[in-house]
Write a protein that binds this ligand. Structure first.
Ligand code: SF4
Ligand code: SF4
Length: 174
C-alpha cells in the first residue's frame, strides 16, 4: 500500500484543535463580498497546492464518495465495457436524495499501491473538480468547505492560509 507522506494522526489532531475556529472563519467569509473573498481564495489556493500533493494523500478517494451524474455513469460504464445498469448494480447505490454514490470505501477505482485513479481519464466530474476551491464561492459552498476541512488537507491549508493572511494584514477585507 502507498505510504502517505501526509501524517493523518497529526492532521486529525490539527483538525480537532482548529475546526471550530475555521468554521467560524468560513461563516464570517460567507457574509463578505464574493468578489473580495474570491481574490484572496484564489491566491491562498495556489499557496495551499504548493504544499499539497494528492498522490501523497488520496484521503477523498479513501473516505468519501463522489456523486455520479447520469453522464458520468454512461461514460465510465462504456470505458469499462459494461452497461450502465450493470455498472450501477455492481458499484453504486442511490441515497435518500436520489444521488448515485459508491457502495464501498475506499473507492473501487483507487489503486491503493500508488494512490492513483484507475479510471482517471473518465473519472466523475465531482472527482475532477474536487475540492472545488477555484470554482465554488465560499458564500455558496461554505457549508461543504466546512466539512472538507476535516478530510482534505488542501482545504485545511486553504482555510488556514486565508485566515492567517487576513489576521496578519496581508489581505484586507472591508
Ligand atoms: S483533494 Fe484533498 S483529500 Fe483528495 S487527495 Fe487531494 S489533498 Fe487529499
Ligand atoms: S473515481 Fe477515481 S478520483 Fe474518483 S473517488 Fe474513485 S479513485 Fe478517486
Amino acid at each position: 500500500m502507498a505510504q502517505s507522506t501526509v501524517n493523518f494522526r497529526t492532521f486529525r489532531n490539527l483538525v480537532s484543535r482548529n475546526k471550530k475556529r475555521f468554521r467560524n472563519f468560513l461563516t464570517r467569509m460567507e457574509k463578505k463580498s464574493i468578489g473580495q473573498v474570491r481574490l484572496i481564495k484564489l491566491e491562498a489556493n495556489e499557496l495551499a497546492w504548493a504544499k499539497t500533493d494528492c498522490l501523497d494523500c488520496a484521503n477523498c478517494c479513501k473516505t468519501m464518495s463522489p456523486t455520479y451524474t447520469k453522464k458520468d455513469i454512461t461514460r465510465i460504464s462504456k470505458f469499462l465495457g459494461m452497461t450502465s445498469s450493470s455498472f450501477k448494480e455492481k458499484w453504486l447505490y442511490k441515497d435518500r436524495t436520489g444521488d448515485w454514490l459508491n457502495k464501498k470505501q475506499p473507492c473501487q477505482f483507487l489503486d491503493l499501491n500508488t494512490n492513483m485513479c484507475n479510471i482517471y481519464e473518465v473519472r466523475p466530474e465531482d472527482c475532477a473538480g474536487f475540492p472545488h476551491h477555484g470554482t465554488k464561492s465560499i458564500r455558496d459552498y461554505g457549508h461543504v468547505f466546512k466539512q472538507n476541512v476535516e478530510f482534505c488537507p488542501a482545504t485545511y491549508r486553504l482555510v488556514e492560509i486565508m485566515q492567517e493572511g487576513i489576521s496578519d494584514g496581508k489581505w484586507k477585507l472591508k
